[in-house]
Design a protein around this ligand. Structure first.
Ligand code: GDP
Ligand code: GDP
Length: 437
């Protein structure tokens, strides 16, 4: 289960600077791609395959935002009251203020484990500043400079020590033949309709997996002779009649489900097109490197004209994830589900495919010979060899020299070449470039 850490503090203390520093994915698969919206309130701090936590920036505690931004901010603050750990951020330059005192009172009421983090310590005298904040009575205070990335690693270490032990999703699921699926999407796209139909159809061959935590529910499902585990979905929760309060944290739940799954099925409402919220969930799936199938739901509700319009819109909006299959379904009528599951399988097979060293080197050789890297100001990258670096997502580690001048376009060429050659669909593909032999 993905633990939750909340950043709390008055405006301008550097929360969003710290949020960015902590969520900057170390080997990001996807850099700011058009079409992907970053939710500025939620992110994942990912340290390695088995260690990550969700981070929520609660914004200004005053809560002056309006509209959708206001709703997300309120949700973030509600999430803080449930967080496994709160980072109370203060400004070392300005010292303790009345507003800090007020926030501290609120924090004491929520009674969450809290760590005091003093930011903007670049060029400041630590002893003096720590003395100023001593009256808050924290046994541990951390001095950092978010803007200069000083103290961030120590902070992350401190955070990890205070979080509950995490078991990798794979360890919790011992059956390698079982495909872990998360149905994700914004409210009202039809997740629970779909899940309930799947469970109903199979006359409850489904069984609830004993939950590890209060609100994580997984259900095992057999369908067409195959095994699936549906990880934490909104639909399941509603079915289990967990009180409405849980729904407030749906963004965190979505992030957690994405972390736990192998294939994320992103539901989109055909009658509404691709919204910012859809794009933000999509961004989280890509950041996590998960296999992806897009399920365009409520297809039954469209006229032929609307269907054509929607097709055009989807292919434009999703052009940057060309590798993902989009399946039209109607959760209500149960149509398109066979196709959906076929796509899930193709994505899963691609994501978990094992590669041999010789076949990937052959691929690199052919790609290189067909189209060698261009000369950039008299410098040419040399690609020497490649070895498989793991699956889910398929990862290839390319060794060579002068890789600094290897253009992005050439990296995309390699990716597409490997995709075609190994018939990889529905999964991100990661290339890591290493200088030297
Ligand atoms: P938030 O309102 O709490 O999210 O604060 P921001 O992250 O927007 O930061 C507010 C201001 O403080 C910005 O101008 C930042 O550049 C600045 N700031 C953030 N972190 C540091 C730091 O470590 N040192 C200094 N000197 N300034 C910082
Ligand atoms: P969730 O919030 O994502 O779990 O969405 P729900 O499953 O609760 O569905 C939201 C609304 O959309 C409900 O009124 C459903 O009846 C409706 N709905 C779900 N799937 C379909 C579909 O395939 N076609 C149509 N026309 N309506 C649907």
């Amino acid at each position: 289960m993905l633990p939750l850490v909340a950043l709390v503090g008055r405006p301008n203390v550097g929360k969003s600077t710290l949020f960015n520093a902590m969520t900057r994915s170390r080997d990001a698969l996807v850099h700011d791609q058009p079409g992907v919206t970053r939710d500025r309130h939620y992110g994942i701090c990912r340290l390695n395959e088995d260690t990550s936590f969700a981070l929520v920036d609660t914004g200004g505690i005053a809560g002056e935002e309006e509209g959708l931004a206001g709703a997300t901010a309120r949700q973030a603050r509600a999430a803080a009251a449930e967080a496994d750990l709160v980072l109370f951020i203060v400004d070392g330059r300005e010292g303790a203020s009345a507003l800090d005192d007020e926030i501290l009172r609120w924090l004491r009421k929520t009674d969450r484990p809290t760590l005091l983090v003093i930011n903007k310590m670049d060029g400041m005298d630590e002893t003096t500043v720590l003395a100023d904040f001593a009256r808050y009575g924290f046994s541990d205070m951390l001095a950092i400079s978010a803007a200069h990335r000083q103290g961030i690693d120590d902070l992350v270490d401190e955070v990890l020590q205070r979080l509950p032990e995490q078991g990798a999703a794979e360890e919790l699921d011992t059956d390698p033949n079982r495909v872990r699926i998360a149905f994700v999407g914004r409210p009202n796209v039809g997740k629970s309709t779909l899940v309930n139909r799947l469970l109903g159809e199979e006359r409850m061959i489904a069984s609830e997996v004993p939950g590890t935590t209060r609100d994580s529910i997984a259900v095992d499902l057999e369908r067409g002779g195959r095994q699936y585990r549906l990880v934490d979905t909104a639909g399941l929760r509603r079915k289990a009649r967990v009180e409405e309060a849980v729904e407030k944290f749906s963004i965190i739940k979505t992030l957690q489900a994405i972390e736990q799954c192998q294939v994320a099925v992103l539901l989109i409402d055909a009658t509404e097109g691709v919204t910012d919220q859809d794009a933000s969930v999509l961004g989280a799936i890509l950041d996590a490197g998960r296999a992806l199938v897009v399920a365009v739901n409520k297809w039954d509700g469209l006229t032929t004209y609307q269907r054509d319009q929607t097709e055009a819109l989807l292919s434009r909006k999703l052009s940057f994830v060309e590798w993902a299959e989009a399946v039209r379904i109607s959760a209500k009528h149960g149509s398109g589900l066979l196709e959906l599951f076929k796509a899930i399988h193709r994505a899963h097979a691609s994501a978990t495919k094992e590669f041999g060293t010789s076949e990937v080197n052959k691929a690199l050789e052919v790609a290189y010979e067909t189209n060698p890297p261009p000369s950039i100001r008299g410098h040419v990258s040399k690609l020497r060899y490649v070895h498989p670096g793991g699956s889910n997502p398929p990862t290839f580690i390319v060794h060579g020299t002068r890789l600094k001048v290897l253009p992005e376009s050439y990296k995309r060429y390699l990716e597409n070449f490997f995709r075609k050659r190994f018939k990889l669909v529905g999964t991100p593909v990661q290339f890591i470039f290493r200088e030297g032999s």
